[in-house]
Design a binder for this molecule. Structure first.
Ligand code: PLP
Length: 406
């Protein structure tokens, strides 16, 4: 954004006149959504040589056996040409098996599972499929940034349900009060990025009861389902009355540490999945053919992989949380995800965005301001997010650098 609040993309009218002079290039639905904060802060980290604890991607690859499975698929010519639109049967079956193994959910892999280009495409296709212009979508704020963009692209309105520090729990009375005749769906994210909140069974039942009472759809983003340190992950789709109204979204990127492969998926009742498929087929049709076979193998890894991954991340969380506390941050310990939200008030009155712009120069670490994930930036004015999905030596180095802030 330029200082007058106009997206930079709109700032260069054509010299030959005509409509270009008066009409911004970027359509008004996307006004203000020009560059994601992750791109901005990652570019800053690269330019300054800072350790990037801003964007959530691991600095080591996932299991070797999974990478080998992708190589094998490439060599064997599996998935090198357009795979089936809904995803290769092996992966759809593996996703169905995973949902049954971990949550007791039974899904028909042919009609109730759809493979997407990461959770990102799943979110976009779901919003484009299920929303009419003018519909309202209630979503937790701070929002993962693609929610706002996808709701906007569908012409719908986002309505924030604010998760407030220090606990970041949803207030169900507040949720009830936000529901209007125009509310079409509730967009959940558990475990929640950036706060680390994991919805508890009573919160999920309360939300489910409201969805049933008001006949709302529920879309739930569960990409951090295997990164829960306190309690357990409970999919809302498993609750009574929810199956027929819930679209569940997940992805291989976070669980198997291959974020670049962009293999995600949607599960739900056949009519919901068919609706999402209708939109998805015109976005990418298909992608990641050989990777789909590899992720099918990854989903069948033994329990030891999933517990080992979680315990490793728990140790990293504790390492970074301790370092942040020692450096002077107030730390909100996450129940899940690989992010820690902190409060920077102990360092003065600077807002989170200004703090994050200066952080790489000040101490050689990049982070992301939570304020950009709120409709009302004041609500997250002093919150900064750090990721801990990095090697131990990188985290130790970051902690030493952060200690210089004092
Ligand atoms: C909450 C949430 N949803 C979705 C995504 C995107 O997932 P994918 O990389 O599979 O598109 C992310 C990535 O950071 C995320 O944090």
């Amino acid at each position: 954004m330029s200082q007058d609040g106009v997206c930079k993309l709109n700032g260069h009218p054509s010299e030959n006149g005509g409509a270009m002079k008066t009409r911004p290039l970027l359509n008004r639905r996307l006004d203000g959504l020009g560059t994601t904060i992750f791109a901005e802060m990652s570019a800053l980290a690269t330019a300054t040589g800072a350790i990037n604890l801003g964007q959530g991607f691991p600095d080591t690859d996932g299991p070797e056996s999974v990478r080998e499975a992708a190589v094998r698929a490439l060599r064997d010519g599996r998935g090198n040409q357009y795979p089936p639109g809904p995803g290769v049967p092996e992966l759809r079956q593996a996703i169905a098996d995973h949902q049954h193994r971990f949550y007791g959910l039974s899904l028909d892999p042919d009609t109730e599972v759809l493979v997407t280009t990461g959770a990102t495409e799943a979110i976009a296709a779901t919003m484009l499929a299920l929303l009419e212009p003018g519909d309202e979508v209630i979503a937790f704020e701070p929002f993962y940034d693609s929610y706002a963009a996808c709701i906007a692209m569908a012409g719908a309105q986002r309505v924030p349900l604010t998760l407030r520090a220090p606990d970041f729990r949803p207030d169900l009375d507040e949720l009830r009060a936000l529901i209007t005749p125009r509310t079409r769906l509730l967009l959940l994210n558990t475990p929640h990025n950036p706060t680390g909140t994991v919805l508890a069974p009573d919160e999920l039942s309360g939300i489910a009861a409201l969805a049933v009472e008001h006949d709302l759809l529920v879309v739930t983003d569960e990409v951090y389902e295997h990164l829960v340190f306190t309690g357990a992950h409970h999919p809302i789709a498993a609750l009574p009355g929810m199956r027929e109204r819930t679209v569940s979204i997940s992805s291989s990127g976070k669980t198997f540490s291959y974020t670049g492969w962009k293999i995600g998926w949607v599960t739900g009742d056949a009519p919901l999945v068919a609706a999402v498929r209708a939109a998805k087929q015109y976005l990418t049709f298909v992608s990641g053919g050989p990777f789909q076979y590899a992720i099918a193998e990854a989903l069948a890894l033994p329990d030891a992989f999933f517990t080992g991954f979680r315990e490793d991340m728990r140790r990293k969380r504790d390492l970074l949380a301790e370092g942040l506390r020692t450096a002077g941050f107030r730390v909100y310990e996450p129940e899940g995800t690989y992010f820690i939200t902190t409060d920077i008030s102990p360092f003065g009155d600077e807002d989170a965005y200004t703090f994050c712009r200066a952080l790489p120069e000040r101490c050689g670490v990049a982070a992301v301001p939570n304020s950009v994930f709120y409709d009302d930036p004041e609500a997250g004015r002093s919150q900064v997010r750090f990721t801990f999905c990095k090697r131990d030596d990188v985290l130790r180095d970051a902690v030493e650098r952060l200690a210089r802030l004092g």
